[in-house]
Design a binder for this molecule. Structure first.
Ligand SMILES: [Zn+2]
Length: 423
């Protein structure tokens, strides 16, 4: 079954009609014959946006969570009200906590504000959960180990996961919200995709790449357990011919990764995730390796206050580079990293354009960060004959959309010619 979209603005083609059949673009031209299904009224037709780095299960769990970050609640009273929003006796999962809300947390602080229900609160860093006494009793952890005494658990997600009730995942909501933003594809970047994750995520109407199940293989680095470059090279070589996506959020992680890729030899599709700190002298090295940087250009804006406080001053000029990488010829693309960053790619693009640190890019470059192919994120997809009909139809011409860089320019989204969002 075909779809004829009348009068859309297509890059390089002006105002044309586009016919889609069997999930692909089959005809582009003026005044195509046949009944019109959609009148584009001169709005731009783009390839659907692809979020190249996102954590979909965590994003879906977010919907079943209470947000208790500094931007969400104010003071101890606001924190208490947020935890007590649901019915007594029901588990509360709260996320995004920071000490600036109500000070250091332990089981007794939580008992003071919500003793009548099991509560667990995740620190904004993602590294710590704090449980109240009801939660410690419900999980059988009361009195066991350090966490069992004060309720504070550092980097024990794996252990806790099996003891707390499963979180309701609102994947339908995630899919719907993303479709409204014109997102037609995701690359899920969890380091260890649990058994059946791809199956669980398959309810999403978007196209899906699950790292670790599909290429590339995600490799986590942690400064405390950092391999030597030679060790990492052996790991990478053992995974070939598959490409790798290496998580690099510190200077030393980037250097180890570049040395390892030098030794193992780069493969098509290799990526560096985040590239949070890129010293200037490594830019040309990254370009020579041909490895794609999948960055979060919005983090220096979203996290400006935290970075000003927490990032050493010699790292600050090198944070989440975008413009300098693109200008040097490094393949660059972006992911929202939601739920740890804003889930709206348009907000990410806006931040990429407006950031004030010399790394701001043009609106065109910002949009392209989300238009790449999943397997080659910096290589833009083009709407031409034979292309998959993953489409984002806008209310307005491209020039207006680039001036606005806001989600309300999106009118409809299609995956393989099938509408996943229409107004
Ligand atoms: Zn991530």
């Amino acid at each position: 079954m075909g779809v004829l979209i009348r009068d859309v603005e297509l890059a390089g083609r002006g105002r044309v009609d586009v016919r889609v059949e069997n999930g692909r673009v089959v005809e582009i031209g003026r005044r195509l014959a046949g009944p019109v299904d959609v009148d584009g009224r001169g709005g731009a037709l783009l390839p659907g946006l692809h979020d190249h780095h996102v954590h979909l299960a965590a994003l879906a769990a977010d919907a079943a969570s209470v947000r208790v970050g500094p931007a969400d609640v104010h003071g101890r009273a606001g924190f208490a009200a947020a935890l007590r929003g649901g019915a007594p006796g029901e588990w509360v999962r709260a996320v995004g906590y920071h000490e600036s809300v109500a000070g250091e947390l332990d089981r007794w602080v939580l008992d003071d504000v919500a003793a009548d229900r099991p509560v667990r609160v995740q620190h904004r860093s993602g590294a710590m959960w704090v449980l109240n006494s009801a939660a410690l009793r419900a999980t059988g952890l009361d009195g066991h180990g350090d966490g069992g005494r004060d309720g504070r658990f550092w980097r024990e997600d794996e252990r806790l996961r099996h003891l707390v009730p499963p979180v309701r995942l609102d994947l339908e909501g995630v899919g719907r919200r993303a479709a409204r933003l014109g997102v037609t594809g995701f690359t899920n970047a969890d380091p260890h995709p649990g058994h059946g994750l791809a199956q669980i995520l398959s309810v999403l109407p978007q196209r899906l790449v699950v790292m670790g199940v599909d290429p590339p293989v995600k490799l986590m680095l942690d400064d405390l357990t950092l391999p030597t470059p030679a060790q990492l090279a052996v790991t990478v070589a053992g995974l070939r011919p598959r490409p790798v996506a290496v998580h690099c959020v510190t200077r030393v992680q980037l250097l180890v990764t570049l040395l390892a890729l030098d030794e193992a030899g780069p493969a098509v599709g290799d990526r560096i995730e985040h590239a949070a700190v890129v010293p200037e002298e490594t830019i040309d090295w990254i370009r020579r390796l041909g490895v794609t940087v999948v960055t979060q250009p919005h983090f220096p804006v979203e996290r400006a206050r935290a970075y000003a406080a927490d990032v050493p001053s010699d790292d600050r000029p090198h944070l989440y580079r975008c413009r300098s990488l693109a200008e040097a010829g490094v393949p660059v693309a972006a992911g929202t990293d939601a739920p740890y960053g804003a889930h709206d790619p348009w907000a990410v693009m806006r931040a990429a354009v407006e950031r004030g640190d010399g790394e701001a890019v043009t609106p065109e470059t910002a949009l392209n960060l989300f238009l790449g192919r999943p397997e080659q994120p910096a290589e833009a997809r083009r709407l031409e004959i034979g292309a998959a009909a993953d489409l984002c139809l806008l209310h307005v011409p491209l020039r207006e959309a680039l001036d606005a860089l806001a989600a309300d320019v999106v009118r409809a989204a299609y995956v393989g010619g099938r509408p996943i969002h229409t107004l």
